[in-house]
Write a protein that binds this ligand. Sequence first.
Ligand code: SF4
Length: 62
Amino acid sequence: MKATIDKDACVGCGLCPDTCPAVFEIEGDLAHVISEEVPTGEEEHCRQAAENCPVSAITVDE
Ligand code: SF4
């Protein structure tokens, strides 16, 4: 599974690192993907982060 963030859409709300800190972190004012390849066991957290993003900036490719 791969996760990417649309930097033009992200508003830096901080929700994705709260939901899935193994994949997302805040860098400066925006979220950043630590590891594009989602670690085993983190898939559900990652999907949740994508669903909860208020501006739908996260794309998850299964
Ligand atoms: S949840 Fe969405 S808007 Fe919020 S920091 Fe993550 S990518 Fe950015």
